[in-house]
Write a protein that binds this ligand. Structure first.
Ligand code: SF4
Length: 215
């Protein structure tokens, strides 16, 4: 499995180049990453970018500034990210947590209202440089189509596949996840573009489609 995961990484890196994630636009990189990790729940990055730019436009990409803003106004500013009322509440809860002085670790983050495993791992990896591999729906989709895991594999099991087989290296974790997102967003979409895919020769789904002469 180790060789397989390394091979996939190499192919994706050659195809897309170094991703330098997490993408931020302000000087408050850590705080912006935390906010972005919440905003990206159940939506595309394009919608998150609009919300982030909106917050930046009014100089709200800072914890102290966002604390002063009421939840309703915050919801309007992040409207483009969808589920904006819930996300405004989640942002307020995470700010309360950051101000609580509690240790920033996975257990404590998962105790914050609205923070699930993917969001917690994104915050820990990209904002705090902790070795937590991030699993998202793209990861499940790509690796199940490739025939590596079942499509109903749970979060922790799939995370363990990566952390148990690839080098324990924070930069590698960041880059691998970023490449997966890029591939899932543009190529291995709901309707996959297998004919354009750099992984098609080692992908069970891609090979089957090819053999059936569907591409
Ligand atoms: S060959 Fe098709 S199914 Fe396989 S990873 Fe590529 S786009 Fe996804």
């Amino acid at each position: 499995m180790k060789e397989k995961l390394e091979e996939i990484y190499q192919i994706l890196e050659e195809e897309y180049g170094f991703q330098r994630w997490w993408p931020t636009i302000s000087n408050s990189k850590r705080f912006e990453t935390i906010i972005g990790a919440i905003l990206t729940q159940n939506t595309s990055w394009n919608n998150v970018e609009k919300a982030i730019k909106n917050l930046d436009k009014f100089n709200f990409l800072r914890k102290d500034a966002l604390k002063q803003l009421n939840e309703e106004d915050l919801a309007q500013l992040i409207r483009s990210s969808g589920y904006f009322n819930q996300k405004a509440k989640k942002i307020k809860k995470v700010i309360e947590f950051l101000d609580s002085g509690k240790e920033i670790n996975r257990e404590n983050l998962l105790g914050v209202w609205g923070i699930g495993k993917e969001t917690a791992d994104s915050i820990l990896l990209y904002a705090y440089d902790k070795p937590e591999f991030v699993i998202d729906s793209y990861t499940k989709r790509i690796f199940s189509r490739m025939g590596i895991v079942k499509d109903n594999i749970d979060y922790d099991e799939l995370k363990e596949l990566f952390t148990g087989n690839i080098e324990n290296n924070i930069e590698l974790y960041k880059e691998y996840h970023a490449l997966i997102v890029n591939h899932g967003k543009d190529i291995c979409r709901k309707n996959p573009k297998c004919h354009e895919c750099c992984l098609r020769k080692i992908c069970e789904y891609g090979v089957n489609i090819h053999q059936m002469n569907l591409i």
